[in-house]
Design a protein around this ligand. Structure first.
Ligand code: AMP
Ligand code: ZN
Ligand code: FE
Ligand code: FE
Length: 278
């Protein structure tokens, strides 16, 4: 197929972090939804990359190795996507392992907070059994709260218990945005600010560019053309690349799915050019 007709989805989670989708589900759904290139962007783990790459060969789908790191600036949760880095590098894997251990500790604390308000039938093992790595997160807990009928929807689980004002919320260990960018760039990757229209830290973007930020995730589900134009202009102003993706989580997020964003392949070419310059 002509490259101009290829579509990419550069933001997809698997069951190695907080999505319900296996690598096989990911490639099957990508194929069905006309996606020719995808990036696995699990939270704090690279465990889903190799199995997805292996399965994707059969469907002639290209897989770009990636990650989504949580960072924190003045109590604001800022997600940094890393693309094309050396995901088999021992040092970087060890860093991700540290973050996953912090996630398990934090999950135990959240379960304790739920117990304190009478929700006493959730165990750490049960939450861990939903993830195929130690990258456990709030969406896992939301799924269990719904399954055990403590809430009617994932949204209700976040509003009542898990979001920053929720009674079971515990902040997690986070890097600064600069540390996240450095980690990705030191492993020869490209760093992109995830969903800036959700995070809304426009005033910090010039500073992140100085720290080495390479791009913005301009295309994201359920946003207007005005927002797309706004962030496209910012990428042009700072000579950044632009990316896009669905942020699909399977059952973990009911407002999106693989292929909801179809990024033109020319944007992947620009991303790959940057990766090759590292
Ligand atoms: P964690 O990494 O454990 O802090 O969980 C973060 C994930 O929870 C994000 O990637 C989102 O997918 C999801 N999330 C955060 N806030 C909400 C919300 N209000 N409703 C639904 N999902 C959310
Ligand atoms: Zn997630
Ligand atoms: Fe995110
Ligand atoms: Fe995400």
């Amino acid at each position: 197929m002509s490259p101009s007709r290829l579509n990419a989805d550069l933001h997809i989670h698997t069951h190695f972090s907080d999505s319900s989708l296996s690598p096989q589900d990911v490639v099957t759904q990508a194929y069905q939804n006309d996606i020719h290139c995808l990036a696995i962007t699990d939270h704090d783990t690279v465990a889903g990359i190799a199995p997805t790459m292996e399965l994707a060969k059969e469907y002639d789908i290209e897989v770009i190795p990636a990650i989504e790191l949580s960072s924190c600036y003045h109590n604001k949760d800022i997600h940094i996507l890393g693309y094309g880095f050396d995901y088999e590098n021992i040092d970087i894997i060890e860093q991700f392992n540290v973050m996953q251990r912090e996630r398990v500790t934090r999950m135990a604390l959240m379960i304790e907070k739920l117990k304190a308000v009478g929700i006493d039938n959730i165990t750490l093992d049960e939450v861990r059994s939903l993830a195929c790595s130690d990258s456990v997160g709030r969406p896992h807990l939301a799924r269990i709260l719904k399954r055990k009928k403590w809430v009617k929807s994932l949204k209700e689980a976040f509003i009542r218990f898990l979001d920053e004002q929720g009674i079971a919320y515990v902040p997690k260990y986070k890097l600064s945005p600069k540390e996240a960018i450095d980690l990705i760039r030191k492993a020869n990757g490209v760093a992109v600010l995830a969903h800036p229209m959700i995070t809304r830290v426009d005033e910090l973007i010039p500073r992140f560019v100085e720290d080495g930020l390479d791009g913005l995730e301009v295309y994201y589900p359920n946003i207007s053309n005005t927002i797309i134009r706004h962030y496209t202009k910012i990428t042009q102003k700072y000579g950044m690349i632009l990316t896009g993706g669905s942020d699909a989580h399977g059952e973990g997020k009911d407002t999106t799915f693989i292929g909801k964003i179809k990024l033109p392949y020319e944007n992947v070419v620009q991303l790959k050019n940057r990766i090759s310059q590292r």
